[in-house]
Design a protein around this ligand. Structure first.
Ligand code: PAZ
Length: 371
């Protein structure tokens, strides 16, 4: 019997049974130009994946399954890779955090709070008097914003950042494969840093409902029992079962039981087929500290790639563990002193990754076996 994980050929079948994202051919051309440009300059290229993936429940999608990831790890890491001289393909969940703009987006860092009106003295006294009507950056944020702005502009001018958005797990997988194939020319100058939180489960196309799954009776149905049968049938197509709700909320309520298949494990294919010469780093997220190391080692043994970076949901901004064939290495941010900003853990992770990439390239050039 096939266990919960999918068979190897399922990976190929997955691409045959799902539609590729629109404009894949055009994206592919742009990607190849980006890769070739940096290859010609001897610049390394890293694929950073970032953010969650959605799992649609309907073909014309109203509802989907999602996860917590905001893309902080990916967006922050991308900035440190750019600083280290890499060109970055940033494969990210649409509307998740982006390198540079992450400093001023989302509810915690609303960009409007960084601005004031020229001519009005703000509550912190950092406006300035003139005839009014202009918008300026508040004094206390100017130095940091200038620094971010300069880095952002440099990345644009040097064309070192390629933004590649996805939404569903399927578009993520198509794009990952495409980037990997386009990056093959780089051989060991290519690095994969897979920080996205990719769904392990999906609804196969042949069980996907076309239209919005109904939670109650439809108007014009001949009788309640008939309407219920319609609703149940639509859900069953989606690999789901709609049941009468026995919660006491009333006969119209339905339970939706969702039956998902495992997403085939593409890491093996990436390592062995799509990017055989690249350095490949995957992330592993757990919530139970007792199984984190076990799961990291299991992934390393199963996929034979270079490094797994493990982290726990509750402490992911403060500590991670690097797991490779030789050892486990914890990286922790120093505790912030009063009034000091917390160090971003990616400022420690990325230089360590770059050191290991240097070593791997050095070893290959010296003809040593990869460690
Ligand atoms: O996006 P974020 O910064 O909130 O979280 C980052 C993360 C926990 C998703 C990432 O570090 C990670 O572990 N990604 C892999 C998740 C997994 O598939 O196990």
């Amino acid at each position: 019997m096939m266990p919960a994980s999918a068979a190897p050929s399922d990976e190929l079948e997955y691409f045959d049974t799902h539609s590729a994202p629109a404009h894949l051919a055009a994206i592919s051309t742009q990607l190849q130009e980006f890769v070739n440009l940096h290859h010609a300059h001897g610049r390394r290229v890293v694929l950073v994946s970032s953010g969650g993936t959605t799992v649609p429940l309907e073909n014309q999608t109203v509802r989907f399954i999602d996860n917590f990831s905001a893309g902080t790890r990916g967006a922050t890491s991308a900035e440190y890779f750019l600083e280290a001289g890499y060109a970055v393909v940033f494969l990210h969940r649409q509307f998740s955090l982006l390198p540079y703009s992450r400093h001023y987006s989302h509810s915690t860092n609303c960009f409007l709070d960084y601005l004031s009106e020229w001519g009005r003295i703000g509550e912190d006294g950092d406006g300035a008097s003139s005839d009014g009507g202009d918008v300026v950056v508040r004094e206390r944020y100017r130095a940091q914003m200038l620094d971010v702005l300069r880095k952002y502009r440099r990345a644009k001018e040097q064309k070192t950042l390629f933004l590649l958005p996805y939404t569903t797990v399927t578009s993520y997988l198509f794009l990952l494969r495409e980037v990997a194939l386009r990056m093959q020319v780089l051989r060991n100058d290519a690095l994969f840093y897979l920080a996205a939180a990719v769904s392990d489960f999906f609804v196969p196309p042949d069980r996907m409902a076309e239209h919005k799954i109904q939670s109650g009776d439809l108007p014009g149905a001949p009788d309640t029992a008939g309407a219920r049968a319609d609703t149940t049938a639509a859900a069953a197509v989606a690999g789901m079962e709609a049941h009468d709700d026995d919660s006491g909320l009333g006969a119209r309520g339905k339970k939706l039981v969702i039956d998902l298949d495992p997403v085939p494990k593409f890491l093996k294919r990436l390592v062995e087929g799509w990017a055989p010469h690249a350095m490949i780093i995957s992330f592993k997220l757990e919530t139970d500290p007792n199984i984190l190391l076990y799961k990291c080692h299991q992934a390393l043994n199963r996929y034979s790639h270079h490094l797994v970076i493990g982290n726990l949901l509750s402490t992911r901004k403060f500590e991670v563990v690097f797991v490779d064939k030789k050892a486990d290495q914890w990286i922790r941010v120093p505790e912030a002193r009063e009034g000091q900003e917390q160090v971003e853990i990616e400022s420690l992770i990325v230089p360590e990754v770059v050191r290991r990439h240097d070593r791997a390239i050095g070893a290959k050039e010296a003809g040593e076996p990869a460690s």
